[in-house]
Design a protein around this ligand. Structure first.
Ligand SMILES: Cc1cc2nc3c(=O)[nH]c(=O)nc-3n(C[C@H](O)[C@H](O)[C@H](O)COP(=O)(O)OP(=O)(O)OC[C@H]3O[C@@H](n4cnc5c(N)ncnc54)[C@H](O)[C@@H]3O)c2cc1C
Length: 448
């Protein structure tokens, strides 16, 4: 039986432990927090159910749904309200629904007539000679500057808290890059992908769990039982012959294999004494701060119907709020009767919130979203959570950095990384990558 120590009990570490144990390994997971779960945290307060970190997950493919069935979470899963398919973007002071089809697109005021006409030329735009183009350069080149400003930039700020001028297209949105690679244009690439998959393609589903997303890490933690040590901050790792040793609060654990499922800057600290160049590469991955604000209002205070997923706010408008989710619409029942729950985001790579006080950020958010959503007065319920280093940014050069990191692993046998700073930040990506680790992917030296 292989023994393995996993440091970090966010979803990457927890799922890795579960999948490895299924393959007959004996994992020990050391997690700083208690309970485990990392960026997933749900709470009930004043009749509201809120997620203070990740809010929902997109269920795609077969691996994650099959895992939910195996761990008995499929019965706890809830699907988002169909209204959540509608997404608003703020423009000219009003929330505009993003068009959901070609006819709606032609009628939509989101782009000017000339920007719409420019899209007809998308299949004929030349490829770039830059092998690591930014998202912004790619979108400007293929779809035009207005699509960047009013559609892609708000999406990138809302999902990655990132700056499209700095993020690498290939690292951050690999599927988009693949469409251009496959068809020479997005339109042809999308058409070919559709043909290849056939008509029985299962549409992705936006989901959560009955008592919030945190039910998932709590369930996995429960299944792992004694294999999970919570409240255990690993201070040091080192090698002792062929073994890895992890040390925390005077205790130590040994195993031939070690998985670092921690943020890149934590992996950097732990690895500095063992491999300074590798640690420097990890430390160079940036993580902007984000604050999430759950805001409860009486329904009568909000004129907007909140009939959608939420409202994204383009950076071009010069506002600080990244966007606001209509949380009690996405998952009904998350607010007491007669009230609504919104979740606003502020911060990110384009707007450093630094150490500005919570109260100042709250008043900025309320001032900025109120005119667009027709909100009168202040929220009577507020829960703010600051994620000091929230989401890793896959900036240009990220894929080369990952290659250098992987090459450095050659000198550290038995070590693997599983975390959201490589191979995808979405929860579904973290779970799929954990499954792949148990199939032998991610280890430099063969497992067996
Ligand atoms: C505000 C916010 C909103 C998000 N929204 C969504 C969303 O709606 N949908 C979605 O799919 N994704 C979302 N994400 C992204 C997603 O939540 C993360 O990418 C994912 O949860 C990361 O999991 P992880 O296990 O890789 O890392 P983490 O969750 O960061 O876990 C790392 C773990 O390592 C532990 N650790 C750190 N140092 C040590 C140490 N020295 N010793 C032991 N343990 C240590 C930490 O306590 C933590 O539990 C969001 C993220 C944030 C921050």
């Amino acid at each position: 039986m292989h023994k393995v120590i996993i440091i970090g009990g966010g979803i990457s570490g927890l799922a890795s432990a579960w999948f490895l144990r299924e393959k007959g390994w004996q994992p020990l997971i050391l997690e700083a927090g208690d309970p485990a779960g990392g960026s997933i945290c749900s709470r009930r307060e004043a009749g509201f159910l809120l997620d203070t970190g990740a809010n929902s997950m997109m269920l795609k493919g077969e691996i994650v749904p099959a895992w939910f069935r195996r761990i008995g979470m499929d019965g706890e899963m809830i699907e988002a309200n169909p209204l959540a398919k509608r997404r608003y973007v703020l423009k000219d002071g009003v929330p505009i629904a993003l068009p959901n089809g070609p006819l709606a697109f032609l009628r939509s005021p989101i782009l000017s007539l000339s920007a719409k006409a420019r899209l007809l030329g998308e299949p004929f735009r030349p490829r770039s000679t830059d092998p690591d183009e930014s998202i912004a350069a790619f979108v400007r080149r293929r779809l035009g500057p207005e699509v960047l400003d009013w559609m892609v930039d708000p999406f990138v700020s809302g999902v990655f808290a990132g700056d499209p001028e700095r993020l690498s297209l290939r690292a951050t949105l690999p599927r988009l890059a693949a469409l251009e690679d496959a068809g020479g244009s997005l339109l042809r690439g999308a058409w070919r992908a559709r043909q290849a998959k056939g008509p029985r393609r299962v549409a992705p589903r936006l989901v959560s769990f009955r008592n919030g997303l945190q039910m998932l890490p709590l369930k996995v933690a429960d299944l792992l039982g004694d294999a999970l040590h919570s409240g255990c901050i690993v201070e040091r790792i080192h090698r002792e012959g062929d073994l890895w040793v992890a040390e925390a609060a005077g205790q130590s654990w040994r195993a031939p294999r070690l998985v670092l499922a921690v943020p890149a800057y934590v992996a950097a600290q732990l690895l500095t004494p063992l491999h300074a160049e590798l640690a420097a590469e990890l430390d160079a991955i940036s993580y902007p701060s984000v604050m999430t604000m759950a805001l409860g209002f009486a329904q009568a205070q909000v004129a907007h119907a909140l009939d959608g997923f939420g409202m994204l706010i383009p950076r071009k408008l010069g506002l600080e709020t990244l966007g606001v989710l209509f949380s009690s619409t996405i998952f009904p029942g998350r607010a007491p009767a007669g009230q609504v729950l919104l979740t606003a985001f502020i911060g990110g790579a384009q707007n450093d919130i630094g150490a500005r006080p919570d109260a100042a950020l709250l008043s900025t958010v309320v001032q900025e979203i109120s005119p667009a959503l027709g909100i009168s007065g202040t929220p009577h319920f507020v829960h703010a959570r600051r994620w000091q280093r929230a989401i890793p940014q896959y900036e240009r050069g990220h894929l080369d950095r990952i290659r250098r990191i992987d090459a450095a692993l050659a000198t550290l046998p038995g070590l693997a990384f599983r975390a959201n700073w490589r191979d995808g930040v979405a929860l579904g990506d973290c779970i799929e990558n954990a499954a792949a680790l148990s199939e032998g992917e991610g280890w430099r030296d063969p497992v067996g």
